[in-house]
Write a protein that binds this ligand. Sequence first.
Ligand SMILES: [Zn+2]
Ligand SMILES: [Zn+2]
Length: 215
Amino acid sequence: MLKFELVPVTHFQQNCSVVWCSETNQAALIDPGGEPERIMQVVERLKLTVVAIWLTHGHLDHVGASNALAKTLKVDVIGPHKDDEFWLKALPEQSKMMGFAAHDALAPTRWLNDGDTLSLGNLTFSVLHCPGHTPGHVVLFEPNSKMAFVGDVIFAGSVGRTDFPRSNSQQLIDSIREKLWPLGDDVKFVPGHGPMSTFGQERRVNPFVADARFG
Ligand SMILES: [Zn+2]
Ligand SMILES: [Zn+2]
């Protein structure tokens, strides 16, 4: 069974998700954006064995602790899609722009593609490529628990910014409506920032992507 705990990190209160398989205690860290010591405290308290770091996209507030944690835990960094490589190469510049401590560029051991799967103990996550906020953004979905980890694609009541280089607002709306909605109204999601919601709730009330907007 999938279990998870959220650890909001950095001054952007980015949701790092510690996710694990309750039968094996194997864990993955989704979007460890900063404060590696706090994330490690959660891992140790829950007595988990971290086997990988998974990234939804290349923005610093989602990846900032990846290098440090990969080294401490001796695990691979997996994702996002290769189209976000330019963001990961620009981490030193992103650090200055966002008021973070200097950060080295990051090179994941594996890029993700639409339709890939990720194993974690007895769990299997599917990978959906959802460009728009960034061109290489991915969403990670675990079908048995109907849980999606969506990064900055969609939030409770909002959607990801599209004023960055290579962002595309129409593509973002298409990703949400064509890739996420078919997963089901009852899917719960953890966004990159803020509280959880369900796709059904957002289809009713989200001013950017509610069904009513599209007739
Ligand atoms: Zn972002
Ligand atoms: Zn973010």
